[in-house]
Design a protein around this ligand. Structure first.
Ligand code: FES
Length: 105
């Protein structure tokens, strides 16, 4: 699966990931700027906030209550297509496009 990351300045990077890996892990491994992931994926920091492209967002499993709560604590206000990237696991069909916010802290 491939994930396309677009940073706040509009620069785009496409990276290949493995099934089961999270979008956050993929970003960290590839040095993608704009994702901090302070808590390492344990759903307690909200510094892995991303905006998912609308049509990709619709294909993701729904966010659970905890992620929904955490999304109210992001540095840049959440939008309709906001997710925490540590909670998005890649599947064989994942071909995702995400944008990173201006800041995570
Ligand atoms: Fe901390 Fe996602 S890495 S909530």
């Amino acid at each position: 699966p491939k994930v396309t990351f677009t940073d706040h300045g509009g620069a785009t990077r496409v990276v290949d990931g493995n099934v089961g890996e999270s979008v956050m892990e993929l970003a960290m491994k590839n040095g993608i700027p704009g994702i901090v992931a302070e808590c390492g994926g344990s759903l307690s920091c909200a510094t892995c906030h991303v905006f998912v492209r609308e049509d990709d967002f619709a294909g993701l499993p729904a966010l659970d209550e905890m992620e929904d709560e955490m999304l109210y604590g992001t540095a840049i206000d959440r939008e309709d297509c906001s997710r925490l990237s540590c909670q998005i696991k890649l599947t064989v069909d994942s071909d995702l496009h995400v944008s990173t916010p201006e800041t995570q802290v």
